[in-house]
Design a protein around this ligand. Structure first.
Ligand SMILES: Cc1ncc(C[n+]2csc(CCOP(=O)(O)OP(=O)(O)O)c2C)c(N)n1
Length: 647
């Protein structure tokens, strides 16, 4: 029986000897590689924290003691060791294990995550609550060096460091974010651990300790610890964490289980705010991932032996790639254009622009608010910033969008990738809210293209405007058809809609990805005698008032469709316009389709869209409902629609 077979929960792990713990680390790492090579998922980060995860669950009494993992993409080993090994092959699939941490899934997941840098704040909250409630458990935040670059992490350190609250922050330093890490903090950490004088000193202290007689070990260790502490102050410039009020411990070799166990056993009783600096290697234990941790941050199913991907790449490119190439073309024509990303040069494909114009590309780290205000500053000087951030992460920057960009009419172009249903990454990553949050910003142009060519046309238009902000959203999907070179793409006029199909029974006002689905639905509906107009509402704001007026004149039933939260989305916006404006004719029946007023779980994009009724079948059903028809009923004559679903 393998050691892993004997470990279902951390309590089992705590019965093991040190040698068995080492075998467990090897086995659990193998298990992770086995499963993810078959089903795909976040990969390299979990390999890097294997020993760390084993050590933490061994030394601390989880779940009583609380481990707060940051972001959660590195928590697969934690999931395996906390009762979820059998279900690991279901991870990220509909109905399967959550992609990140989830309080609903396990009592060992103390805080739900997915977005970076929430762990220290949340752990501080738990530690303060513990003290208020008179309890004694330990609380630890485990945060990567990439996430440590976020403003939120500093706000939490700043808050915790001036208290004496018993809180441990474990800094998992692998010198990587998804992409190579950036920023001054990263440089600081790298300098600290590569300082040759300090390193020589540390090895010498360790060597002396090893030679000391056994019965003197504890005393020597404590003296050496103190000498080392003092030496750090002399040898390491800054000691930033100590100056922020944390006791600094480390750096510790994150793959030396003995070292980790000894360190955490000591740290457990230190009290006060402590930061343990652990050095790990992303992808540790799987050669290809160690060699190229950037590529192996997340993996599609792959051949375990060769590392080669199993999925063949589809013919048409993803929206993000079309953006990367398109913005680079535009960059050649307009030297004012710069591109900003917040730690996601690959995910947004802004790296294509970076290659062509390294001086005009800025990866600011995982700092969406800063990215936005930085763009605002650039825009004040006549630079034309294009901010490429996923819809879900841009939520972090909402105040910067409102206060720094829109309020000052600054021409910043927001490019929101992963807008709509993001698929297996689940509720933390779906771009459900950007339509709502952008529509409410005065002066913001809100747009969504139906395909890749239109995306570039909108981007080009946005960059050409110099009187305020502009936003474009696109999905995590391939473009529906090939995209011509940008010079061959027709221009679109600001605020213009486009009639894609003329009909008379119902008008479908479709946004972005939903234009194609609406056209499919309209084609099927014509087979049952329903004649549908389909309008491509590529401008949500400002919208095409003339065309809306015309559509309302000619249709008694109107349906809006968008891949975004419906409570305050495009449908709600248009309904309000119609209600408010007496010159717009109120249709007899009005419906709006969008994402429901609940968090959408994880699963494939197709399944989740179908569940929300945002596919051909869902649209057909909704149109039938709107027209008061059952499937297969004969064609309606003009005017018959009036007794249907009310607005
Ligand atoms: C607010 C936010 N922006 C961007 C991301 C995307 N993201 C996920 S993991 C990651 C890198 C995190 O780096 P680090 O904390 O060092 O962890 P590592 O993967 O290196 O272990 C990024 C940028 C995110 N999860 N949250």
């Amino acid at each position: 029986m393998s050691v892993l077979e004997r470990v279902s929960l951390p309590a089992d792990l705590r019965k093991l000897s040190r040698e068995e713990l080492k075998s467990l680390a090897t086995e659990v790492r193998e298990r992770h590689i086995d499963v993810i090579s078959q089903v795909g998922g976040h990969f390299g980060a979990s390999l890097g924290v294997t020993e760390l995860t084993v050590a933490l669950h061994y030394i601390f009494e989880t779940p009583r003691d609380r481990l707060v993992w940051d972001t959660g993409h590195q928590a697969y080993i934690h999931k395996i060791l906390t009762g979820r090994n059998e279900r690991l092959p279901t991870i990220r699939q509909h109905g399967g294990l959550a992609p990140f941490l989830s309080r609903r899934e396990s009592e060992y997941d103390t805080f739900g995550a997915g977005h970076a840098a929430t762990s220290i704040s949340a752990a501080l909250g738990m530690a303060v609550a513990r003290d208020l409630l008179g309890r004694e458990e330990k609380v630890l935040a485990i945060i990567g060096d990439g996430a440590m670059g976020c403003g939120l992490a500093y706000e939490a350190l700043n808050n915790a460091g001036h208290t004496d609250v018993d809180l441990t922050v474990v800094l998992n330093d692998n010198d990587m974010s998804i992409a190579p890490n950036v920023g001054a903090m990263n440089k600081y950490l790298t300098n600290m651990i590569t300082n040759p004088v300090y390193n020589r000193f540390r090895s010498e202290v360790k060597a002396i300790l090893k030679k000391a007689p056994k019965n003197l070990g504890a005393l020597m260790e404590s003296i050496a610890g103190r000498v080392e502490e003092s030496a750090k102050h002399l040898l390491i410039p800054g000691m930033i964490f100590e100056e922020l009020g944390f006791r600094y411990v480390g750096p510790v070799d994150g793959h030396d289980l003995d070292d980790l166990l000894d360190t955490f056993a000591r740290v457990k009783d230190l009290g006060g705010p402590v930061l343990v600096h652990v050095l790990t290697r992303k992808g540790r234990g799987y050669g290809p991932a160690e060699d190229d941790p950037f590529r192996w941050h997340a993996a599609s199913p792959f051949d375990k032996i060769s590392g080669a991907g199993k999925k063949k790449s589809a013919g048409l490119p993803r929206y993000q790639k079309v953006f990367g190439r398109g913005v680079t073309e535009l960059g050649k024509q307009d030297p004012r254009i710069v591109v900003i990303t917040a730690g996601m040069p690959d995910g947004t494909s802004s790296d294509v622009f970076a290659e062509a114009f390294p001086d005009r590309h800025f990866d600011v780290g995982i700092a969406e608010g800063h990215a936005t205000t930085f763009a605002a500053g650039l825009a004040t000087q006549g630079i034309r910033p294009v901010v490429a951030i996923y819809s879900t992460f841009l939520q972090r920057a909402y105040d910067s969008i409102v206060h720094d960009v829109a309020l000052q009419d600054l021409p910043v172009v927001f490019c929101m990738d992963r807008a709509g249903v993001a698929g297996p990454d689940g509720p933390t990553h779906h771009g459900a809210f950007d339509i709502g949050y952008m529509l409410t910003v005065p002066g913001m142009r809100v747009t969504a293209p139906k395909d890749g060519a239109e995306m570039l046309a909108l981007l080009r238009l946005g960059i050409s405007l110099d009187d305020g902000p502009f936003s474009v959203r696109w999905p995590r999907a391939t473009v529906p058809e090939a995209v011509p070179p940008i010079d061959q793409i027709p221009h679109v006029a600001l605020g213009s809609w486009e009639v894609e199909r003329e009909g008379s029974d119902v008008a479908i006002l479709a946004v972005g990805t939903m234009v194609g689905s609406a056209l499919d639905a309209a084609a099927s509906l014509s087979g049952e005698g329903v004649s549908a107009t389909v309008v491509n509402c590529r401008f949500l704001k400002p919208y095409d008032r003339d065309l809306l007026m015309d559509v309302l004149q000619r249709h008694d039933a109107v349906l809006t469709i968008e891949e975004g939260a419906s409570p305050n989305g495009f449908g709600a916006f248009i309904a309000r316009e119609i209600l408010e404006d007496p010159s717009l004719r109120m249709p007899a029946a009005f419906g709006s389709l969008g994402l429901p007023d609940r968090f959408v779980e994880h699963g494939s994009r197709e399944v989740l869209l179908a569940e929300a009724g945002l596919d051909e079948n869902g649209i057909i059903e909704r149109v039938r409902l709107l027209l008061g028809r059952n499937a297969g009923e004969p064609r309606l004559e003009n005017g018959e629609a009036s007794a249907r679903e009310s607005a």
